[in-house]
Design a protein around this ligand. Structure first.
Ligand code: MG
Length: 272
């Protein structure tokens, strides 16, 4: 019986889409009228018309590989860059051990110790980072309050800053692409609270001669809110002057020491 529904008038009677006429309504209608006989020409037409075969638009390959997504843990195909225990995936910006302090499942900038970077190099990635600026803010305003940064490929900064009731130039506040792109909204939590960046990064491409073929692009969610939507990056983020695009290959993720005791935890990356 159900096969008859599908063949007679697919839009109205298919088993997966019973609106606007529900299956009980249809059965009642058929009991009250000789509908099967009346629909016979339509059944024959649908059966003979290959263009109306729903299987024509089904794509069966490739089959996406399974990725486990445990709650509060990295996806099964991610590279874990910090699991709360040590900085073995990181090194100092000038080589040697990463000199930041690990405690209570997080690590914290040691001001003056310089930045740290991943030992592994990355190009296109999905990156998850949790960060926290100091709860104590007295005496620190603007760019001096909880400043750090996540640098994709070492030279493109996604700003980390306490931007909760802390005015600064918007293209330098939290979740800005530093001095290039103002975030769509300010999704900052209060100082002392953990915050989350989820980043989609598409690396720039360069020709063999070093010319720019395609610029970098970035999408960022700040605490689950979209703040950078497929933004074209203009080049290296600079404190002074205009950005530029010296050619480079895959490169480490770099975290900035900007004299603030910013903490990080639960960092993982998926190569795309
Ligand atoms: Mg910074």
């Amino acid at each position: 019986m159900s096969g008859l529904y599908r063949l007679s008038t697919p839009r109205a009677f298919t088993r997966t889409s019973m609106t606007p006429m529900t299956r009980p309504m249809l059965m009642a209608t058929c009991l009250l009228a000789p509908c099967v006989l009346a629909a016979a020409p339509a059944i024959a037409q649908a059966a003979s018309d290959p263009q109306r075969d729903p299987a024509r638009t089904e794509v069966w390959k490739p089959i996406p590989s399974m990725v486990a997504t445990p709650r509060d843990a990295a996806p099964s195909d991610a590279v874990v860059l910090f699991d709360g225990k040590d900085l073995s995936a990181w090194e100092g910006e000038q080589g040697g051990e990463a000199g930041w302090a690990v405690a209570d499942g997080a690590f914290t900038v040691v001001p003056g110790s310089k930045g740290i970077r991943t030992k592994q190099r990355f190009c296109d990635i999905q990156l998850h980072v949790e960060w926290r600026t100091p709860a104590e803010t007295r005496g620190f305003d603007g760019q001096q309050r909880g400043n750090s940064g996540i640098f994709l490929q070492e030279v493109y900064e996604l700003q980390v800053l306490d931007s909760y009731e802390n005015p600064t130039y918007p293209n330098g506040q939290a979740a800005s692409i530093y001095k290039q792109a103002i975030p769509l909204v300010n999704a900052s939590r209060a100082p002392g609270q953990w915050q989350v960046y989820d980043i989609i990064w598409k690396a720039p491409r360069f020709s063999d001669g070093g010319g720019l073929v395609s610029p970098a692009r970035i999408t960022v969610l700040h605490n689950g809110v979209l703040v950078q939507n497929d933004i074209v990056v203009s080049g290296k983020t600079e404190y002074i002057g205009a950005p530029s695009y010296p050619p480079h290959g895959c490169a480490p993720i770099y975290l900035q020491d900007h004299d603030a005791r910013v903490s990080f935890r639960n960092i993982w990356v998926r190569e795309l």
